[in-house]
Design a protein around this ligand. Structure first.
Ligand code: OGA
Ligand code: MN
Length: 218
């Protein structure tokens, strides 16, 4: 369900309430201009710093470069919880996690996220972020940092109806658009971008620990 940008001025509580309602009713929600301003600033700073590092290091980035070039072509960099520049982002996702646990009993336990850069021609083919029983990712969150984005630039995130080929929505990767969906339910893909496309993707996880496995690993 795509909500209008009515909530541009929404306080944190009302924004979280909208997200909870969307997830409860439809399992996914798209909020244009949903990301609060201070988080846009925070994530843009992280992206900027990452790109400087990237250019300083020359071509290729080893571990950041994805393994499976057929499936995905983006370059990623994980956001470290201990990074002081990431503090506002970590604080906000922690509050959201707490809110969703209280309102929807999702039992979310931790959050991980990465910056992603799609260069022209890059894509991410249809995939699920989690397979039932094989992953502890429950809720996916994606947001974008592209100041201007026109139709011709492509790079839309397409979300499909669970178990069907039907497109539920096509999201333009515009600055501040927030997308959340249940990780195990919604297949999605990123269409080839025609210009550089910056995004941040994150996952709320449940605690998959058992007596024989400590998860997430410390
Ligand atoms: C992902 C993903 C979507 C996007 O990284 O798993 O689906 O729009 N990203 O960048
Ligand atoms: Mn994904």
């Amino acid at each position: 369900m795509v909500l209008e940008a009515l909530h541009a001025q929404a306080d944190e509580e009302s924004l979280f309430a909208l997200i909870a309602e969307g997830l409860e009713q439809w399992g996914y929600i798209v909020l244009p201009k949903g990301l609060p301003r201070h988080l846009i600033d925070c994530l843009q700073t992280l992206h900027q710093r990452e790109r400087e590092r990237f250019y300083a290091a020359g071509v290729g980035r080893g571990s950041g470069q994805s393994q499976n070039q057929m499936l995905r072509r983006d370059k990623i960099s994980w956001i470290e919880e201990t990074d002081t520049f990431a503090e506002p982002w970590i604080a906000w996702t922690t509050s959201l996690q707490r809110y969703l646990n209280r309102s929807l009993y999702l039992g979310l336990f931790s959050f991980e996220s990465h910056l992603a850069v799609y260069e022209p021609g890059d894509f991410y083919k249809t995939h699920l972020d989690a397979f039932r029983g094989q992953s502890n990712r429950r809720l996916s969150l994606v947001t974008y940092l592209n100041d201007e984005w026109s139709e011709e630039q492509g790079g839309e995130l397409v979300i499909y109806r669970p178990g069907a080929d039907e497109c539920l929505t096509k999201v333009k990767p515009e600055l501040g658009t927030l997308v959340l969906f249940l990780s195990e339910e919604f297949p999605h893909e990123v269409l080839p971008a025609k210009s550089q496309r910056l995004s941040v993707a994150g996952w709320f996880r449940i605690n998959g620990s058992s007596t024989t496995l400590v998860d997430p690993p410390s």
